[in-house]
Every structure is written in C-alpha cells, then in structure tokens.
Design a protein around this ligand. Structure first.
Ligand code: PHE
Length: 713
C-alpha cells in the first residue's frame, strides 16, 4: 500500500465536519504534495482535498491571534473614527472573513457599531495561481529538474509541469535545447512568478506589468470584495457586558437581571440532536413496507424459521429434487441437525405422487422422489417456503380468501460482490382467492408499487418452478433512464396448491422483491457491504433519516421538477438544500456545452454537496462540477466562495453551478406534474414555512411577554 492509500484510509475515520473543519498547517503541507489525479478512487482523500481547497488561500495569511477578536476591534475603534474591513484585514494580516465574522458578532450588541457596505476590486489567485504559489512555477520546476547535469527533453515533457514549464523557461532563456538534451543557460535564477503570486496573496502590491503578465497567464483574476466600513455606533463602548443566554431563578431573586443584557434568540441555529436508539436502515424501510401491506389489507406471516427442511423450501413448491437450485453451490445445507423428521404424512404422500407420477391433470416430473432429499435441512432460500407452510395451514383450516405477506431474511450460496451477499431480505406478498387472474395480480402490483412511488410498470414473462404464468416486474428508473427489474411474481401452480388440499377454483398469486435494493436506492448506498454486515459504519445507522417511501414518489417527481428549466423559482428542496435548473442544452438560446446543465443552488452547497446530491439522489452521471458566485453584477469564480456563506451572503447573491455530465448523457423532460400542480405545491410549501416561522416567533414573543409580566408583578 502506498502513502496515499494509507492517508486515504486514515481520513476514512475522520468525520467530515467536526474532524477537519479547522484545518491545520499540517493539512496544508500534506495537501500540497497531493495531485488532483491522485484523488481518483480514493474517496476519503478526495473529500478532504476538496474540503481544504476552500481554505487554502487563507492558510498562510493568518498571523494575528484571533483570540478575542471583537475586543481588538473595539479597542482600535476607540482610538480612531472608522476603518475599512478589507484594509484592516490586510494590515493585520488576517483572513478578511474572520474579521467580518467578528464585526458581525459585535453587531449583535445594538448600537455599538455602525457599518456601511463597501466594495473593492482586488486581485485573487486562481486555482492554478495558488498551485504555482505553493509549489513553484512550471518554468522554475523545469529549471530545477534540468539540474546542473541537464535532462532529456522527452523526460521533462513527461512531467506535469513539462509543457508550459519548458516553453516559459526557454522564453526566459533559463534553459536551452540541443539535440533533445536540455541544459541550464543561466546559473542562478529567481522564481519571480512565484514571488509575485505570493506577494499578491498577502495583499502586497506588485508592478503593473507583472500583474498584466500574471493575468494573461490566468494565474490571477480581478474580483470584487464586499467589505464593511465600520465606525462607532451611538452607544459605542469598549466594555461590552457579557450577554446572558439564560434568565435564571437566581437573577430574578437577586434582581440582578435589571443590569444584565440578554442575548437575542437565534432562530437560525440548529438544535442539539438528542441521543436515542436507532433502527438500521433496512428496518426503517421494512417498517414502511409493512405499513403498505397493512393498508392494503394484508396480514403478516410468521417468519421465525431460518432453518427449513428442503420439503417446505423446495418439494412443497413443486421444485424437482434434481433442480440445480438444490445444489450446495446455490443453497446452504445445515449439517447439524442435518435432517427434518416431522412432516404431515398424507400431504407428504401427495407431494411425492405429484412429483413422481403427476396428478391433478399434470404429468409430473416422472422421477424417483426420495424422502431423504426432502428431509435435508437448509437455510431457507426464499420466503416462499413461509408462504407454502401458510397456504397448507389455510387449506387445513378451511379456505378463506387471504392476503398475506412476509419480510425477512433468506440465504443463498452466492459469490459475494458489491451488490450480493449470502443473505438478504425478501418482501413477499401472497393473495389467495377464488378465480383470481393475472389481471388481478397486475392490479395489486399497480397499487402496491404506487404506494412506493413507482408508477410506470412493465411485465416480462419468466420461469419459476412453482408459478405459471410467471412475470418479472420492471419499473422505469428516471435517474438511470432505463427499465430495472424490481420483482418476481406469478400464479402458484396447481401441482403445488391442490396437494395442499385447497379447493380447485382457488388461485394463489405471489410476488417477491428484495428489501436491500429499495433501501440502497432510497439511502444512496452503492455497496451492499456499507449497508449490511460487520463492516458497516454505525454513523450511517445513526444518521439515516426515517424512511417514507412515498417520498420516493416525490423524489421521482422532484427529478421532473429539477428538469423544469427556465424558472429559478421552481426550486427542488433536497433534504438539506435546494437547487433549480436555470439552463440546459435544449432550452432557449443558450451557449452551454451539450452535456452541461446550469443550476442555481443553495449558497451553502459546496461542489462536493452538489455532486453527491446529483449522483446519489438523482443518479445523474456527473463528471465535473464548477461553481461561481454572483454578487450583484459581479461574478466570482473561486473555490473560496463557501466561506462567504458565513458572513457576507446576502439574499440577492446567487450561487451558480455548472454541472458537466458524461458525454452520452441525454436530456429529456419528463412531464410528470401539470404546471398548475407545480404552482400549488410550491405555494403550499412556502406557506407552511411561513406559518412555522410565524408560530415560532409568536411563541417566543409570548414567552418574553410572560416573563415581563412576571417581573413587573
Ligand atoms: N420466491 C421468488 C424469488 O425468490 C419470488 C416469488 C414469490 C415468485 C412468489 C413468485 C411468487 O425470487
């Protein structure tokens, strides 16, 4: 394993937010040794890398202690009339955003400061500029590479800095080429490109000609920075009373509350998550499936039998004893106890007969049926074994129309891979009724899957030993833009039902699907080992939201909404963020590349978030995401943007994401919602949010009033 893999592994254990929210200088020095191309296939490294990218420009500039920053600002103001935050940040050599943060925190004290918005043009390093400032310019790297001995031009060209570096180094007459050998032309050179970039990064001024050259090389770009002009407010003081967060009984008793200042309520702050027990994601989805079955009048079968005899797992289902599924390659046989001994005798006889000789109008399989084979214990390979037992019991009790379901674990001797384990969960439904037809079954599916949010079904004939006819159920997956198999079904054969003693005019329909697949889709899990087994991350279990399968329905309609372009009002609300399509290739007179979609996104979303949501929730083949920040008329194209969320973001500012999809990605606009419905839904949502906010405000206002009344009394 190389160092990068090891680093990747170490980072795997780091939580995303708490773990490296405050990167240290070690992070940055390590990062400078990592190249973008190293990130491929190392997802934790990539996550960390991008996280740091958003900090990198501030990494070297912090030199003033930021302890008690607000107080430092007050002290400064006491001896001057006003300051400009941008200039002060440069003067103090601190990150402007930190300074703005401190100013904003002071603004919470009414009247202490007065501020005015100011905008200044400034030069910022582009990503490449940052890289050159960190690692040296390509021409210098070439000069270094050549060394005193010289180097083959072909070798230089193989380096990442080779092409540009060679051209620039030649131009600067640092090196020359002779018959493919590059040699130094001067002995001592200064990497001025890097020097100028470093100066600019520290906010120092640089010669105009140099700036022009750097701009031409796209190493710097001009941006507008919003800052604040800060002066004393009408109740300015350098002596801020500590604001109290709580009104305590002691304060009331002693009367000290009269001299205290109280903090305002922050309605934006997030609450603390209470600790509690957690259901595994599979169990969350299971309980949702159960509710659907219950709502359709199904009752649950007893599934407490992982070990089952071959008789109930296969023979009762008219599955011949030489059927390949009964091989140890496909099925786990139990060695202790290896055999079952108790079976309903007469039923066993009838099963034997129907296999070996036929009956009930069937020719059977015509082979020598052996009890020894039926006795073998197995880990049940499907929950249809449960259904068989239940149907037999139904026949014994006297038939009545029944709808039954089960959701539990089954076992198959599979080759393990990213989507297969040797055990999984089946969801199975069984309907027994007189004169039931395939049409009924299709009706049940339509209803059942509608409740899951799946409305577009297709059926394909298939084969099961125990059903005839049999159908595989397919659904159209909007994100993948193709039909995917979601279940298996059929009408149980008379050779299975009649020996049980069910009346001849009774038909039984059954269907089964896996619990894992919808769970993985629902929670965006790609590898089954992340969902199930000894290696799963408990945080995933703790943090998966509750499952509402009808949300999957919204999810599909959300996709449609996401694809409704041209109206930025039409935001799609994701679990934590929102986004909206502004332009896509087939809309309007736009100049976007064929595979690029332009989104407006929630300002808090990072490039990483955008990629995650589009790939995991919408299954879109995202290749690259670029973001820019639009502040008024100014467009800011930088990785730094997310820092502005903290202090600088204003209502009218926008974050734009250009999302590049894989080449073969085709756009289509599903018309799932009538336009009128869209409007209504949006209005509903907005209204709900407004009401909630109002209610909260009112609650707190009332509380304050009550406290006031109490104190006045
Ligand atoms: N037992 C089948 C399977 O393992 C599913 C199924 C159930 C098919 C009931 C038809 C009827 O895939």
């Amino acid at each position: 394993m190389n160092d990068l893999d090891r680093l990747n592994q170490i980072l795997q254990d780091q939580p995303y937010i708490e773990g490296f929210a405050q990167p240290s200088s070690v992070d940055f020095s390590t990062r400078s040794a990592v190249k973008e191309k190293d990130l491929k296939g190392r997802e934790h490294l990539e996550r960390w890398f991008h996280h740091l990218s958003s900090y990198e420009m501030t990494a070297d500039t912090v030199s003033r202690s930021t302890d008690n920053f607000p107080q430092q600002i007050l002290d400064l103001l006491a001896s001057s009339t006003e300051f400009n935050s941008i200039e002060l940040a440069q003067q103090w050599k601190v990150d402007h955003q930190k300074l703005i943060g401190a100013i904003k925190s002071l603004l919470a004290n009414e009247g202490v400061l007065a501020t005015k918005d100011v905008t200044e043009k400034r030069l910022e390093l582009t990503n490449e500029g940052v890289q050159f400032a960190n690692e040296g310019s390509p021409e210098f790297l070439v000069f270094q590479f050549v060394g005193t001995e010289g180097a083959a031009q072909a070798d230089i060209m193989k380096q990442p800095f080779g092409k540009i570096g060679m051209a620039k180094a030649m131009q600067a007459k640092w090196v020359s080429v002779d018959k493919g050998l590059v040699v130094r032309k001067s002995t001592d050179v200064v990497d001025s490109t890097r020097k100028f970039l470093e100066s600019l990064r520290l906010g120092e001024d640089v010669d105009e000609n140099q700036k022009k050259e750097l701009k031409k090389r796209k190493l710097i770009s001009e941006v507008n920075i919003k800052g604040l002009l800060v002066s004393k407010g009408e109740s300015f003081t350098t002596n801020l009373a500590k604001q109290e967060a709580d009104l305590t009984p002691e304060m009331i008793a002693s009367g000290s509350w009269k001299d205290k200042q109280f903090k305002k309520y922050n309605f934006e702050s997030l609450g603390v998550v209470p600790s509690s027990g957690h259901l595994h994601p599979l169990m969350k989805v299971r309980s949702e499936f159960r509710q659907i079955f219950f709502s359709m009048g199904f009752s649950e079968m007893a599934t407490n039998r992982y070990v089952e005899s071959s008789f109930w797992n296969f023979d009762a289902l008219f599955q011949p004893q030489q059927h390949p599924a009964r091989d140890a390659h496909d099925t786990f046989f139990v060695s202790d106890p290896a055999l079952s001994t108790k079976f309903p005798e007469d039923y066993l006889e009838r099963v034997k007969t129907v296999h070996s000789q036929g009956g009930y109008g069937s020719a059977g399989y015509n082979y020598d049926w052996k009890i020894e084979e039926a006795q073998k214990n197995v880990l049940r390979t499907h929950t249809t074994a449960v259904s068989a037992r239940q149907l037999y019991q139904l026949a014994q009790e006297g038939f009545r129309p029944s709808k039954l379901f089960s959701i539990d674990r089954v076992f198959r001797n599979e080759t393990l891979d990213a989507t297969h384990l040797a055990e999984f969960h089946q969801v199975e439904g069984v309907i027994a009724e007189k004169n039931l037809s395939l049409a009924h079954l299709i009706g049940v599916f339509t209803e059942f899957f509608k409740k899951l949010g799946i409305t577009n079904l297709r059926f394909k004939p298939t084969y099961n030993p125990y059903t005839e006819p049999s159908m595989e159920i397919f659904a159209y997956h909007q994100g993948l833009a193709k039909w995917v198999e979601i279940g298996n079904s059929g009408m149980f054969r008379p050779e299975m039902l009649l020996p049980m003693g069910l009346p001849a005019d009774v038909n039984v329909a059954g269907y089964g699907l896996s619990l894992e697949r919808p769970t993985m889709i629902k929670y965006g899990i790609n590898n089954i080992r992340d969902l199930f087994g000894s290696k799963i991350d408990l945080d995933v279990v703790y943090n998966t939201p509750i499952c509402r399968l009808d949300n999957c329905c919204r999810m599909t309609s959300r996709l449609a909404r996401l694809w409704q372009p041209g109206n930025p009002q039409r935001r799609v609300f994701l679990p934590d963020f929102w986004m909206a399509v502004i332009e896509s290739p087939s809309v309007g007179r736009n100049k976007l590349p064929r595979n690029c979609v332009k989104f407006e996104v929630d300002p808090r979303m990072s490039r990483h978030d955008i990629r995650e949501y589009l790939t995991k929730i919408y299954d879109l083949p995202v290749r690259d995401v670029r973001t820019e920040v639009q502040m008024g008329d100014i467009t800011w194209n930088t990785k730094l943007d997310h820092q502005y969320k903290k202090a600088m973001w204003k209502e009218e500012d926008k974050k734009i994401a250009y999302v590049f999809m894989s080449k073969d990605f085709a756009f289509s606009f599903p018309q799932m919602f009538a336009a009128s419905e869209e409007v209504v839904e949006l209005a509903k949502m907005t209204k709900q949010q407004e009401e909630l906010k109002e209610k909260l405000n009112e609650q707190y206002a009332n509380r304050n009033r009550r406290v006031g009344q109490f104190l006045a009394a």
